[in-house]
Design a protein around this ligand. Sequence first.
Ligand SMILES: [Mg+2]
Length: 175
Amino acid sequence: MTHVMLDLETMGTRAGCAILSIGAVVFEPRNGSLRDEFYQSVFLEGQDKLGLHTSDSTLKWWNAQSEEARKVLTCPDRMELGSALDKFQEWLPINAYVWGNGADFDNPILAAAYAAFNMPQPWKPYNGRCYRTIKNLAPDLKLARSGTHHNALDDAKSQAEHIMAVAMRCNLTLA
Ligand SMILES: [Mg+2]
């Protein structure tokens, strides 16, 4: 199977919130490498009309994040959410395991965004995987961050490196 680490930057913490960016990377547990990357930032404007909410507490949280991370809110490369979802669907390898940071965060939030467009999520529902569960098997093995914390691609890459380190430590085979 192909493994994909997914990371979203969002305007909330539950399914149905607005999305600011989608980051993902293919990783290869057999040799510890990172492969194809995906990154797309999206316009917040208009997502409320799709029924995707912005949480006041998340808005406050964003105001406290680094200037570099907050560039997602204004960067010139943003596109409409629907186009970003199409682009992610085209990029995502067929039959990938999609790993999110928390069974209740990235995957269901992205699935809800697809549902807002009456589109099915582009991974099979039984191929969703939870990185948070795996990382808690080795709580002393800390994630080594590279790049900008809360940049969706940088987070996805750091998390992919981390899950492979945890798997090695715990002698887990991510088949
Ligand atoms: Mg993130």
